[in-house]
Write a protein that binds this ligand. Structure first.
Ligand code: DC
Length: 222
């Protein structure tokens, strides 16, 4: 039987970086579910749709194909109609679109089986917002990873600057706060810890400390 570890938490808590490194260490596959919502956001934005165009976004779901794959380094690739869009979905504009489309129940239903299927055939560390509560409620271990908004905004800002993007710290902080609010106040699958989640706060910690902390929790459970 395959083993699943769920990691949920707000944007910028370090989920993806930590989960990726921990998965490598444990020989698990790392699944970044935010990339799927971002891909739907990209598809909508390419069609000129905005967050308010809910019915067109729902119609669009019948016309697009979203798939997850892994390259030879074991990194996740997300395909939109056979095109690798993994790089294109990492912009602030697509972050906001992803948050908006993720509040549409039909979008969440569209992505549910794709996420669950990954855990049937592989040992996975899956990160997102509702993995422990909705996608994999029977996960062996559920972690809720958080950090202060300022600390998360600083990390995201550094990441974007490193990618050569022209952004201001205040704008990134405002985006983080706005997305936290939207993600935790939506009606469907809001961001919240599962009842049996292990709570971990990474504020002020360097990456190595956080990874080691999570690895020792994971090793206790698997
Ligand atoms: O983790 P991320 O920043 O790449 O996620 C992008 C958006 O997708 C985020 O604002 C919330 C949404 N999301 C979600 O609703 N459920 C998930 N399991 C993963 C992401």
């Amino acid at each position: 039987m395959s083993v699943a570890i769920a990691i949920d938490g707000p944007a910028g808590a370090g989920k993806s970086t930590i989960a990726r490194l921990a998965a490598k260490e444990l020989g698990f596959i790392y699944v970044d579910t935010g990339a799927l919502y971002r891909t739907i956001g990209l598809a909508a934005s390419r069609r000129g749709l905005s967050a308010e165009d809910k019915s067109q976004i729902i119609t669009m779901l019948d016309e697009i194909k979203v798939e997850l794959s892994f390259n030879d380094k074991g990194e996740q690739i997300v395909l939109l109609d056979n095109e690798d869009v993994s790089g294109l979905i990492r912009t602030p504009e697509i972050s906001m679109m992803a948050s908006a489309v993720s509040a549409i129940p039909e979008v969440r239903a569209f992505l549910l089986n794709l996420q669950r299927d990954m855990s049937h055939t592989n040992n996975v560390i899956m990160d997102g917002r509702d993995i422990g509560t909705v996608v994999l409620p029977d996960a062996k271990l559920k972690i809720f990873l958080s950090a202060s908004p300022e600390c998360r905004a600083r990390r995201r800002y550094d990441e974007l600057i490193e990618k050569g993007m022209d952004v201001k710290y205040e704008d990134v902080l405002n985006d983080v706060v706005a997305r936290d609010y939207a993600d935790s106040h939506r009606d469907i699958s809001p961001l919240k810890p599962a009842e049996d989640a292990v709570m971990v706060d990474t504020s002020g910690e360097d990456l190595e400390t956080s990874v080691n902390k999570l690895l020792s929790i994971m090793r206790e459970y698997i």
